[in-house]
Design a protein around this ligand. Structure first.
Ligand code: ZN
Length: 205
């Protein structure tokens, strides 16, 4: 495969990008100057090298060079956040949307993906065991809010996580909530506006 096709192939691995868009990216890059390409490549490297995955919530965050320990992100280390609620989301981009809404002050857990319907190995798609460990190890957690897209795959993921949490509920008193009806069918959290997220949180059930 030549360079051009290889680059195009790489872009098709990006979330939501098909072959046609991948080709447009390649031709866009070809139209740029050498210096702007260099700047872009350097920037990607810099962001990658400066970031880390949080040990607690698994979101990516930019390392704070002023502090010694960078195992946990700023949200997990923020003492003003409510440790009794844990919101479970599919991806970092969903977390960003909820944070922007300003409606939620608890902690998070990023599953790292979703489980497509009929998939036989959910443990390979999402951090299910890690989530159960986190809840088991943290007695402060009183409520788990499942905030997944209302798409068929999102709902399938919700069912799988909920099923595992119900087993945990037999041992401990934990409330399991689903993000409210404010989110319409087929909605993706990442693209939901701030008011929608606020309402969805208020109407969680
Ligand atoms: Zn964190």
């Amino acid at each position: 495969m030549d360079y051009l096709r290889r680059l195009e192939e790489n872009f098709t691995h990006f979330p939501g990008i098909g072959p046609r868009q991948a080709r447009r990216f390649v031709y866009y890059l070809l139209s740029r100057s050498n210096s702007s390409i260099r700047e872009l490549v350097d920037l990607i490297y810099s962001v990658k090298n400066a970031s880390r995955e949080c040990h607690k919530c698994h979101r990516f965050f930019i390392v704070n060079t002023n502090i010694k320990s960078n195992d946990n992100c700023g949200i997990c280390m923020d003492a003003s956040r409510d440790p009794s609620t844990l919101m479970v989301l599919a991806r970092d981009s969903d977390l960003e949307s909820v944070e922007k809404s300003g409606a939620y002050k608890g902690l998070y857990f990023v599953l790292g993906g979703i489980v497509p319907i009929m998939d036989k190995e959910p443990d390979k798609r999402i951090r299910l065991k890690s989530l159960l460990d986190r809840i088991s190890d943290t007695v402060e957690i009183k409520e788990v809010i499942l905030s997944l897209n209302t798409t068929p795959d999102g709902e399938n993921t919700e069912d799988i996580v909920k099923h595992s949490l119900l087993l945990l509920q037999e041992k401990r008193d934990i409330k399991i909530s689903i993000l409210g009806r404010g989110l319409s069918k087929g909605a993706e959290l990442e693209y939901a506006d701030q008011d929608t997220i606020k309402n969805a949180l208020l109407n969680r059930h």
